[in-house]
Design a binder for this molecule. Structure first.
Ligand code: AHR
Length: 520
């Protein structure tokens, strides 16, 4: 399967709109950068859930990141930080995956309900070997989702749990009648059931979730999902645990054995860090180039997994769910290596920008995605230190791109030059376009070249560009980042580099920038 898929990908006519797509043919001269957007031919909806996030019991993500407890001097609502909630609401967070990650497959939800003083503690063996007091459990998570106004996405325990345990969790959350689990929920202070839609059946079950083979997991998936019941109008969207990166075998087995029993199948892919330095903030162009090239690989991975899925599900009923993605740098000096706390620079913003453009472009199959992780872990959108909070460059990209949520993807064809470094190259630009319900066209653009500004002609077909406005995220240095002393070193600003003319727009993109235009 692997070789055949590779050959097909290399020979295929690439999708329009994604960075790998250039119109340049052999023997032609380098053309000017050009984006053609078909404003009247949109078909697919960009699911808002591809702008989703992930929060694990890992380091300071939950404890300190979201949860400070009711008695904390840090302003909170029922123990949950107000500043973090306000920031994520502004970014329009659509869903939140929890409790892991690797933690999910050793989490026993019943330890996290009832009076906090009675909750047993456990060792978080994956992440620093610290003691988990279970003060943040099901009620606190679902309260957080209500405060965020987002959909919960719960990942159940297959690795060390039982079918009964997972079945009862759903009953506890979603059953409205008289039953042992619904009664227990009421006893713990919640009368009405919650709504929960997205439900993951295990996490990385090929690794930390039980070291299973695809064939064994497929059978386990069939068994577990049987007992995940729909109560009244609470319809579960069941997500099977998929493979990592290029593991097309796992996708093949799962699709072959259980495509008709799942609503989604997940994959994970982390694009890593730099080549010579793994520091989040101290790196050179070689590292910038290396990381962005790895981020662009997402398009190839999605395309190949989709081909396998298409074999068994040509109607595209099963969603491809990228429920962990992002950059993975070395931890910040002096922090616990098990806590995965990293800074976040303009380079990470570019990783987010190109990845989200790729997800948009795969809207026909990719319907949920979750950046790892929301607060204080990996490619976080928010960092906290005591009562202080900052928004990372990655946050600003999500906030700028929120205009694409639930909009109609517009077919777009990008013809652009290359960004070259050390004898290698990648497309200098990445683009995606959508049409909002109120008939505005939004175009998100990334200039991956850290040295050269780029001029881009945008031809709009099926629409006359009247007004254009925009925002830009850039900085003087590729390593620019926000600190608690300078929290606004990198932030979105008004963009003045787009002009509407008779034939469309002319856009002057600064080097290493992310721009979102609104055309009406
Ligand atoms: O996000 C950190 C870890 O990366 C998750 O727990 C795991 O699923 C993945 O390997």
């Amino acid at each position: 399967m692997g070789a055949a898929v590779a050959e097909l990908y290399n020979s295929r006519l690439r999708r329009p709109g994604v960075p790998g797509n250039t119109l340049k043919r052999e023997g032609e001269f380098q053309m000017a950068n050009k984006l053609v957007v078909q404003a009247d031919l949109g078909k697919e909806t960009i699911s808002r859930h591809i702008y989703g996030h992930f929060s694990e019991h890992l380091g300071r993500c939950i404890y300190g990141g979201y949860w400070v407890g009711e008695d904390s001097p840090i302003p909170n609502t029922r123990g949950i930080r107000k500043d973090v909630v306000a920031a994520l609401r502004k970014m329009k967070i659509p869903n939140l995956r929890w409790p892991g990650g690797c933690f999910a497959d050793e989490y026993h939800w019943m330890d996290g309900i009832g009076p906090k003083k009675n909750r047993p503690c456990m060792v978080n063996t994956h992440w620093g070997g610290v003691t988990e007091n279970n003060h943040f459990g099901t009620h606190e998570f679902l309260d957080l989702c209500e405060q965020l106004d987002c959909e919960p996405y719960i990942c159940g325990n297959v690795g060390s749990g039982t079918v009964q345990e997972m079945q009862q969790w759903v009953e506890y959350i979603a059953f409205d009648g008289i039953s042992p689990m619904a009664d227990l929920r009421r006893k713990n202070g919640r009368d009405n059931p919650w709504k929960v839609k997205f439900w993951g059946v295990g996490n990385e079950n090929w690794g930390c979730g039980g070291n299973m083979r695809a064939e064994y997991y497929a059978d386990q998936y069939r068994r577990y999902q049987t007992y995940l019941r729909n109560f009244a109008d609470n319809q579960l969207f069941k997500i099977a645990c998929g493979g990592y990166g290029e593991n097309y075998h796992w996708t093949e087995v799962l699709m072959r054995e259980c495509a008709n029993q799942m609503a989604g199948m997940s994959i994970h892919y982390y694009c890593g860090s730099g080549k010579e330095s793994r520091s989040a903030t101290q790196f050179k162009e070689v590292d910038w180039f290396h990381l962005l090239k790895a981020a662009l690989k997402m398009d190839e991975l999605l395309t190949k997994h989709e081909w396998v899925m298409n074999k068994y599900d040509p109607a595209r009923k099963v969603a491809l769910v990228v429920d962990e993605w992002g950059a993975w740098h070395q931890v910040e000096a002096g922090t616990n290596p098990g806590f995965l706390y990293q800074q976040n620079s303009l380079r990470d913003a570019l990783v987010a920008g190109v990845t989200l453009n790729i997800f948009n472009d795969h809207a026909d199959r990719v319907r949920i995605a979750n950046l790892a992780q929301t607060v204080n872990v990996l490619q976080a959108v928010v960092l906290t230190e005591g009562e202080k909070m900052l928004l990372t460059p990655t946050y600003h990209v999500f906030e700028m791109y929120k205009v694409h949520q639930d909009a109609t993807l517009l077919p777009a064809r990008l013809d652009c030059g290359k960004y070259e470094f050390g004898g290698e190259s990648m497309p200098a630009l990445s683009a995606s376009a959508s049409l909002s319900k109120d008939k505005k066209v939004h175009v998100s653009l990334c200039n991956l070249d850290p040295n050269k500004p780029q001029e881009l002609k945008v031809e709009l077909r099926g629409m006359k560009a009247g007004k254009v406005a925009g925002r830009v995220l850039t900085a003087k240095a590729m390593t620019a980042h926000n600190t608690f002393d300078k929290p606004n070193a990198v932030r979105a600003a008004a963009f003045k580099g787009a002009r509407a003319g008779r034939l469309g727009l002319t856009v002057q993109l600064p080097a290493m920038s992310v721009v979102v235009l609104e055309i009406s």
